[in-house]
Design a protein around this ligand. Structure first.
Ligand code: FAD
Length: 451
């Protein structure tokens, strides 16, 4: 039987998944005056360590901060952040050098996933009308009735909950979305990269010093694979190796500790010198896969919807998955406001208005893998970026680099992508014209000299 909500009035808002998006959405809904029940499949991370090797830290930027600021959390969150002003490129030969992300004062932030998730859960739980339930996965949803079924593992019982609004924030492998996929005429596609990732670490130095530049996102671009490192507050770095699963240079090819040591010594000698636990980490941590998910619509009927990775998982190369998930929460709240609290209309509008933006960031994130592992090492790429920075300084409204639009503004992703494509064509044309002019001038000069 469906368990009636014990309180008076409407059934609660039921949030499936107490991750980043689910916990933030719980805060938004509680602030709107709804009772909120959050069901999380895993144990409470504040009591038990739940994951190993699953993106320990993340890059938080303007969109995410904006959504957090709207519930009064910006100051607290900023204290947990380490600003990263640019990409510190570690070439095969030569010294590391910094490529700034934007103008002075524009930076992204390294933040602990667990720390942020805990802050969101604590903030949500501090409100009387919010309750979290752990170790209770959603196993089914009645889409038309807005009823969710959960498996209470400890009690060995099925819990059935009616919702006034049922929000699936249960990540890339969402149970709520899987139920949507079985409804009529549902669009769904998933694509895995042939590359995966593995988390490693650089420890703190003596007296808690950072062993490499603290305020940067470090990249060792090697074309077919790359290593990156983000700083943590305890002066360690979380290091991630992105590489093909199979092939000559791949995770599969690194079978023994000696293989791993030789590979790191050859490809990332400066990082290798700072990684005493390399082989232990390498064989203890899982190799994660990277998936892009596109689906439509994001809602069903009057009460059921999905957001965050459940609706649009993206590969991590733009550092936007969490930011987009937080932006979803902000947008949904705005739509509920716009539609006067009418859930049916708000979630239908969310499906309509969010899809193009989610698709756009999915595409941009895929492209950015090439940029990070390869293009950043090319002099032509660096040259174009410099010209873009100059154009942006001269015409700040008219010319905005793509990275700036995505990372440092709240401009809809789809619009940013469109504008960037236009700018790219213009720049290519301009550079082509400049090169042609230079050739003609040179030829004329030479003819003058020779003639
Ligand atoms: P999740 O964080 O996956 O949370 C889903 C929650 O639902 C989990 O707690 C899960 O246990 C729970 N759950 C799952 N199934 C069920 C069920 N059946 N019932 C109940 N609960 C369930 N994004 C950035 O913005 N910046 C970055 O720098 C960045 N780096 C990344 C690096 C890597 C290697 C990866 C893999 C991702 C990265 N991301 C980054 C993306 C980011 O992690 C995700 O976009 C973000 O976690 C999405 O939040 P979410 O709440 O939608 O999903």
């Amino acid at each position: 039987d469906v368990q009636a909500y014990p309180g008076p009035g409407e059934p609660p808002c039921v949030v499936v998944g107490g991750g980043l998006a689910g916990s933030l959405m719980a805060i938004y809904m509680a602030r709107r005056g709804h009772p909120v029940e959050v069901y999380e499949a895993r144990p409470d991370m504040r009591r038990l360590q739940v994951d190993r090797g699953r993106s320990i830290n993340l890059a938080l930027s303007t969109r995410g901060l904006h959504a957090l600021a709207a519930v009064g959390l910006e100051d607290e969150v900023r204290q947990m952040c380490i600003p990263m002003h640019g990409r510190m490129i570690h070439p095969m030969e030569g010294e590391p050098h910094l490529q700034p992300y934007g103008r002075a004062g524009q930076y992204i932030n390294s933040i602990s996933r667990q720390g942020l998730n805990e802050l969101l859960m604590n903030t949500a739980e501090a409100r009387d009308q919010v309750r979290f339930h752990f170790d209770i996965p959603c196993v089914d949803v009645d889409l038309d009735e807005g009823v969710a079924h959960f498996d209470d593992r400890e009690k060995g019982e099925r819990v059935v909950r009616e919702a006034s609004i049922l929000i699936g924030a249960d990540g890339a492998y969402s149970a709520v979305r899987q139920r949507l996929q079985r409804s009529g005429r549902y669009n769904y596609e998933q694509a895995y990269l042939s590359h995966g990732y593995k988390e490693l670490s650089i420890p703190a130095g003596p007296q808690g010093k950072y062993l490499i530049e603290k305020n940067a996102l470090h990249i060792w671009p090697r074309h077919d694979f790359m290593l990156i490192a983000l700083p943590n507050l305890d002066a360690t770095f979380t290091v991630t190796l992105f590489m093909a699963f199979e092939g000559a240079t791949s995770f599969e090819a690194l079978k023994t500790p000696a293989d791993v040591e030789a590979f790191f010594k050859r490809e990332f000698p400066d990082a290798y010198a700072l990684m005493p636990t390399l082989t232990d980490d390498f064989f203890a941590n899982p190799t994660g896969s990277l998936v892009t998910i596109r689906c439509a619509p994001y809602h069903h009927g009057e009460r059921v919807m999905i957001l965050g990775d459940a609706a649009h998982a993206v590969v991590p190369f733009y550092g936007q998955g969490m930011n987009a998930a937080f932006e979803d929460c902000f947008v949904l709240n705005e739509l509920l406001e716009r539609e006067d609290g009418d859930v049916g209309r708000a979630i239908a509008a969310f499906s309509r208005e969010r899809k193009d933006d989610a698709d756009a960031i999915g595409h941009l994130a895929l492209y950015n893998y090439f940029e990070m592992r390869s293009a950043v090492a090319s002099p032509y790429f660096v040259f174009r970026k410099k010209i873009e920075r100059v154009l942006h300084r001269l015409f700040p409204e008219w010319w905005i680099p793509l990275y700036t639009m995505v990372t440092f503004t709240n401009m809809p992703y789809a619009l940013a992508r469109e504008r960037a494509a236009r700018q790219d064509r213009l720049l290519t044309l301009g550079l082509g014209a400049a090169a042609a002019l230079a050739c003609v001038t040179l030829a004329a000069l030479m003819m003058g000299v020779l003639g």
